[in-house]
Design a protein around this ligand. Structure first.
Ligand code: FMN
Length: 160
């Protein structure tokens, strides 16, 4: 059976996505990147599922620390999402554009966003160019409940 690559691309790009800043920390080093492949995985316990590019700098940090945060951006924060997917001069440099505090798990939570959650990794599937991490939500900080940024509104695509 041959996979119709064009059909696969069109169809997978129909999956709706939000846009988040994933935060990681290992010792004194912090990092963050824009993530769209994120969804909820369970009510109880509260689980989220996120796919992380295997070659990215944050992947190894999540593997080694078994933790990550997810910051939920407001609909007017497209520019910040762009900062967090572009190359940076040094690990964590993207946070110069975005003040943050450390949450109860010690992970970066943006001061200016809808809010963020901190997760402990409870499962992982590694097959292909991204690893799928399942995280249990251990802390949640709501700053202001506003409309969130979604991928469709940006004109960008990540998927297919
Ligand atoms: C719209 C958009 C969505 C993205 N979504 C993801 C994602 O869900 N997972 C991921 O690992 N990378 C995603 N990326 C790519 C990362 O943001 C990018 O590779 C980043 O440089 C990784 O940073 P790091 O190497 O410092 O970890 C996305 C990029 C764009 C433009």
């Amino acid at each position: 059976m041959t996979l119709d690559l064009e059909a696969k691309k069109v169809l997978l790009r129909k999956i709706p996505h939000g846009l988040f800043i994933c935060g990681v920390r290992e010792g004194d080093e912090i990092n963050g990147f824009t993530a769209s492949w994120v969804t909820q995985g369970s009510f109880e316990p509260p689980l989220v599922v996120m796919a992380v590019r295997a070659e990215g700098s944050s992947h190894g940090i999540i593997e080694r620390t078994s933790r990550f945060s997810l910051n939920v951006l407001r609909s007017d924060q497209k520019d910040l999402a762009a900062v967090f997917f572009k190359p940076q001069t040094a690990l964590g440099g993207r946070f110069e554009s975005a003040p943050y505090s450390l949450g109860t798990l010690g992970l970066p939570l943006l001061d200016n966003a809808i809010g963020g959650v901190e997760c402990e990794v409870i499962g992982k599937v590694s097959s292909g160019d991204h690893s799928v991490f399942v995280g249990e939500v251990k802390s949640a900080k709501l700053i202001e409940d506003k409309e969130s940024l979604d991928l469709a509104s940006t004109g960008w695509s990540y998927g297919g």
